[in-house]
Design a protein around this ligand. Structure first.
Ligand SMILES: Nc1ncnc2c1ncn2[C@@H]1O[C@H](COP(=O)(O)OP(=O)(O)OP(=O)(O)O)[C@@H](O)[C@H]1O
Ligand SMILES: [Mg+2]
Length: 315
């Protein structure tokens, strides 16, 4: 076994889908380099058509890259030993809907070569985990969309994988279901597993992930921990009891930009080192401070900005 500290590493992956109708084909990926630490929860984000599912399919060895290379769990892309240690929930899951929940999980457990006793234990464990134990004898065709997503997740965990890849795990779930998935992902992390997930539900990702990469038009445009990516600005919110007239001019002399909304001010500074002076000047100008709150961008703001920057750079 290879003990590389990364669960996933890729170097400049590119993928061109050939087509009869496009002479040059479609370049879905254009140099994707990722580094996903073991034991982390990693969000892989991007607008529709950015190349997320293509990247995931390459990591799984389902699609071959046209350029570049990578390793999953310390093994080359597509290595069968690596595949055995991955759990995968696909974006569009095709169910054998004539099977019951138990029969379906048993089938997948057999694909992984598990013996009868292990299969029985795992099936029960995962049905409990995803909240479907009561429905274990129901046929999948009777399942609601959210239940189908839950059983898909149970399927992804049946082989007790080291790396769990989830392509849109919560798209069909209600708020309680999403909270359940957050809990399950937390459990997987506590068990030392790595979770690589793709989701458009950015508030979910912000609550769940340690780090993210944003892909746009087949390229990684941002990558890092959430705190690195979201605390990039020296912006503070200043809550005052009231705002005497001298406060705003004093702050405008010091700050790059000040936005006032009643007694709540949003202040952009050149550096976080200016915060003590900001407080000093506010007090000197007669302001009574209730709170100074460092501003943290939301992931959604970062995402929208990043994707819009890409649009502005279009030829
Ligand atoms: N099998 C395929 N053959 C040809 N083109 C494909 C194929 N699969 C994907 N593509 C193209 O590659 C590009 C990236 O698609 P991909 O499915 O990877 O995007 P995505 O980021 O997963 O999008 P979404 O958020 O909509 O799921 C798209 O332009 C898509 O049309
Ligand atoms: Mg996709």
């Amino acid at each position: 076994m290879n003990f590389s500290s990364s669960a996933i590493v890729t170097h400049h992956l590119a993928k061109t889908y050939r087509s009869l109708f496009r002479r040059r084909g479609l370049r879905a990926l254009d140099g994707v380099s990722l580094d996903v630490p073991r034991g982390s929860i990693f969000g892989f984000l991007g607008p529709n058509g950015a190349g997320k599912t293509t990247t995931i399919n390459i990591l799984l060895g389902i699609v071959y890259p046209t350029e570049g290379s990578g390793e999953v769990l310390g093994l080359p892309l597509g290595h069968c030993e690596g595949k055995r240690r991955i759990g995968f929930l696909p974006e569009k899951f095709q169910f054998h809907d004539f099977l019951t929940a138990t029969e379906f999980l048993d089938l997948h457990a057999r694909f992984h070569g598990l013996d009868k006793r292990t299969r029985k234990e795992r099936i029960e464990r995962e049905l409990v985990r995803v909240g479907l134990i009561e429905r274990r004898h129901s046929k999948l065709r009777e399942f609601s969309k959210g239940m189908q997503q839950r059983i898909g997740l149970a399927q992804a965990l049946i082989n007790d994988p080291d790396l769990v890849i989830l392509d849109e795990p919560t798209s069909a779930l209600d708020p309680l279901g999403r909270r359940d998935v957050r809990r399950i992902i937390g459990e997987l992390k506590a068990e030392g597993k790595t979770v690589f997930l793709n989701s458009h539900l950015l508030s979910e990702v912000e609550l769940t992930c340690d780090a993210v990469a944003i892909v746009n038009k087949g390229r990684i445009v941002r990558q890092g921990t959430l705190s690195e990516l979201l605390q990039t600005q020296a912006r503070v919110e200043l809550h005052l009891q009231q705002t005497p007239p001298a406060v705003l001019p004093a702050l405008r002399r010091l700050a790059l930009n000040v936005n006032a909304n009643a007694d709540r001010l949003t202040v952009d500074l050149a550096s976080e080192d200016d915060i003590p002076r900001l407080v000093e000047e506010t007090v000197k100008a007669g302001g009574k401070i209730l709170a100074v709150i460092p501003y943290r961008m939301t992931l959604e703001e970062l995402f929208v900005r990043t994707v819009e920057e890409g649009r502005d750079n279009d030829p």
